[in-house]
Write a protein that binds this ligand. Structure first.
Ligand code: NAD
Ligand code: UDX
Length: 470
């Protein structure tokens, strides 16, 4: 196969943007175009105010995009069709959210954007093209793509489909892309499939050590992505389930996670008990896997994975119930300061954030909720609460936004920590104590507060997974 000259990423989101930027940075001889239907998104990618908050991303984008230190090879454009025509490799990085209506609603992934991208490639490609599934998709998606490409593709144009799922986590995307644990490439085990996998492996080979590039059959690769997210989410639900036992017994879930994690077979990561996992991937992908099992007539398997999500939902509502119960059964008229709205620190992404459910429940109790988040805008919080089913009049009536943690906590009955942002945990707690109502409560949904220190200051502290040790 001739050398790769032009690569296209369809979908300039959290995956397409950073993945395209790093690939361009590491392959200066390859033209990399990231395309999207959204003009606003593309305009932001072409500015210094990138559409996503991701530490370290702007310098990477600028180096390949701005032609200051080297020739430009990174382009952001809405010319989806023209870019596809030029590309030797097209990565599909569009969103695959959970369906909200129709068969499988609330469980199955909505593959409409993915299929539309596939059809567009089929209709536009004028030369042999490698198509890469980078979006997270159900196992055997490539078989559906193959049918569409065969039916629509121009005569004489050959397509090879690869699966190359993305494992980056938001907030650490640049580091994850620069030094991935592994690159997974799935292909058909045919001569042309294996050759295409080699072409893609060579692109990654310009910065990823060969031994970290894993090649498998295409179905294994598609399923491995769902499996990885399901296993990670399952660890969090497991430790969260244990956190409830800790609260009831006086054990401390931090000590449990540490003791268990020292066993090298278990390991220490992804065992941080919390108010519940959020983000656009875990819930969606576990449900995707569970729904797949359901359609494969494996109800026990479906129920097993479904329970990972069920524990997560329970953990969120359990936390709010604990707040209500500690505050003497009523929140009516009480100001509750919420620290953090994004689903984890170092991202402005609020998709599936545990904060949405907790704030919704606090509003239902008629609490006066004041939110501080260093990155999330008021408009975004309003939109999330609206989507979650809160009446917008209630949001206007009960929710306010603070510019800093101190204004947020002023005159409040409780501070509720929902995201582990550094500037939420590193506040001057003595000062916070002085400006709060009495008794002053802190509910730590992230276990990032020094409970002993705060108790000595006079706070009543309740942390996830920490019961009364006496
Ligand atoms: P996103 O919503 O941030 O971005 C998707 C983009 O695709 C949007 O900008 C949308 O406008 C664009 N798009 C949709 N249809 C299009 C089309 N036909 N042509 C051009 N553009 C189109 O989504 P994301 O978070 O980047 O996720 C993308 C995929 O990657 C999903 O399948 C997700 O599960 C997976 N993934 C996400 C992450 C993550 O951390 N966000 C990590 C690994 C994998
Ligand atoms: C996840 C996967 O980690 C990544 O590999 C995949 O590509 C996309 O989905 P992401 O959702 O960005 O990445 O973040 P992650 O760090 O995995 O955290 C997800 C959620 O779990 C967050 O809400 C986080 O706060 C929570 N979490 C994480 C815990 O509650 N405890 C932990 O120990 C780890």
């Amino acid at each position: 196969m001739s050398p790769v000259k032009s690569v296209c990423f369809i979908g300039a989101g959290f995956v397409g943007g950073p993945s395209g930027a790093v690939l361009a940075l590491k392959n200066p001889d390859v033209e990399v175009s990231v395309v999207d239907l959204s003009e606003n998104r593309i305009a932001a990618w072409n500015s210094d105010a990138l559409p996503i908050y991701e530490p370290g991303l702007l310098p990477v984008v600028k180096e390949a995009r701005d032609a200051e230190t080297r020739p430009q090879n990174l382009f952001f454009t809405t010319d989806v069709r023209g870019t596809i025509k030029r590309a030797d490799i097209v990565f599909i990085c569009v969103n695959t959210p959970t369906k909200t209506a129709g068969i499988g609603a609330g469980k199955a992934p909505n593959m409409a954007y993915f299929e539309s991208a596939t059809r567009m490639i089929a209709a536009e490609a004028e030369k042999d093209t490698i198509i890469v599934e980078k979006s997270t998709v159900p196992c055997r998606t490539a078989a559906n793509m193959r049918e569409i490409l065969k039916a629509i593709g121009k005569p004489g144009v050959n397509f090879e489909i690869l699966s190359n799922p993305e494992f980056l986590a938001e907030g650490t995307a640049v580091a994850d892309l620069m030094r991935p644990d592994r690159i997974l490439i799935g292909s058909m085990q045919t001569p042309s499939g294996l050759e295409a996998a080699e072409v893609l492996a060579n692109l990654y080979g310009s910065w990823v050590p060969k031994e970290n590039i894993l090649k498998t059959n295409i179905w294994s690769s598609e399923l491995a992505k769902l499996a990885a997210n399901a296993l990670l989410a399952q660890r969090i639900s497991s430790i969260n389930a244990l956190s409830a036992i800790c609260e009831a017994t006086g054990a401390d879930v931090g000590e449990i996670a540490y003791a268990a994690g020292l066993d090298s077979r278990i390991g220490s990561r992804m065992l941080q008990a919390s108010v519940g996992f959020g983000g656009s991937c875990f819930r969606k992908d576990v449900l995707n896997l569970s729904y797949m099992a359901e359609t494969l007539h494996l109800p026990e398997v479906a129920a097993y994975w479904q329970s990972v999500v069920a524990i997560n939902e329970w953990q969120k509502s359990r936390f709010t119930k604990r707040i209500i119960s500690a505050l003497y059964g009523t929140l009516t008229g009480k100001k509750i300061a919420v620290y953090g709205f994004s689903y984890k620190k170092n991202t402005a992404d609020t998709r599936e954030s545990a904060a949405i459910s907790v704030v919704k429940d606090l509003i239902a109790e008629q609490a006066k909720v004041c939110i501080y988040d260093p990155q999330v805008t008021k408009a975004q919080i309003w939109e999330e609460l609206d989507i979650s089913g809160c009446h917008i009049d209630d949001v206007e009536k009960f929710v306010t936004i603070a510019k800093n943690p101190y204004d947020c906590a002023s005159d409040s009955h409780a501070v509720v920590v929902l995201t582990e942002w550094d500037d939420c945990r590193q506040v001057d707690w003595e000062q916070i104590f002085d400006i709060m109502e009495r008794p002053a409560f802190v509910f730590d949904g992230r276990r990032v507060i020094d409970a002993g220190k705060l108790q000595r200051l006079g706070f009543h502290v309740e942390s996830i997974g920490r019961g009364n040790p006496f």
